[in-house]
Write a new protein. Structure first.
Length: 214
């Protein structure tokens, strides 16, 4: 009788766990890609405008904000693989892991600098259309800069994953972030192989980021 009771309890726990996992996946998928971009961007901008530490130039605080609010919506594994290009096939597992980690750090630092440099920006979200079942899409936005500067288009290439929609490339004024880094990485790999690229990324991440003028 006790054996049967334990069996029922175990089965119940497994069912609860399965339902919980399914619920998480459903919640992730119910957020449309354009809604996700808008919600994340507005939330980050609102925090930046009101956070005294960020406005005072606290880089640790802004990096923490980007890590918490923005980074989870990027597919850094795919971004690194695309940026490295064909040499990725020959990379050892430990090289792939290290490259992904360093590239992630570099992108977070760059994203943090961009947000803090332009606290007065406003974002416009273009109409978004996609068909049911699409695994990839593009979310288009327009960045309005302060001082009457020319607006800049920023488009997010996104993919549907079990954890929700993820960004795998960003195109600023039509220029692909991934292609830009692929060109830079190709030169580094040609000069020093994958280890040379990794060393270069480590050095960039150790360097103090240059201030971006508004």
């Amino acid at each position: 009788m006790r054996t049967k009771s334990r069996y029922v309890q175990t089965l119940f726990c497994l069912l609860v766990a399965a339902v919980a996992v399914m619920a998480v996946e459903v919640r992730a998928q119910t957020v449309a890609p354009d809604a996700l971009v808008k919600k994340t961007s507005e939330e980050v901008l609102n925090i930046i405008r009101s956070d005294k530490e960020i406005r005072a130039g606290n880089t640790t605080r802004i990096t923490q904000l980007i890590e918490e609010k923005v980074a989870p919506h990027f597919d850094f594994n795919r971004m690194t693989r695309l940026a490295v290009g064909r040499p990725w096939r020959d990379a050892k597992p430990e090289q792939r892991q290290a490259l992904t980690g360093e590239f992630r750090t570099l992108l977070v630092r760059s994203y943090s600098a961009a947000f803090t440099a332009y606290t007065g920006i406003a974002m416009e979200y273009r109409p978004h259309r996609m068909s049911a079942g699409d695994a990839e899409t593009v979310v288009q936005t327009l960045i309005k800069l302060p001082g009457g500067a020319q607006p800049v288009t920023v488009d997010y290439d996104m993919e549907s994953t079990p954890d929700g929609w993820k960004v795998y490339d960003v195109r600023v004024a039509g220029a692909s972030l991934i292609i830009n880094y692929r060109n830079l990485f190709a030169q580094e790999i040609q000069n020093g192989g994958l280890d040379g690229l990794l060393k270069s990324l480590v050095e960039k991440n150790k360097a103090k980021p240059a201030p971006v003028k508004q």
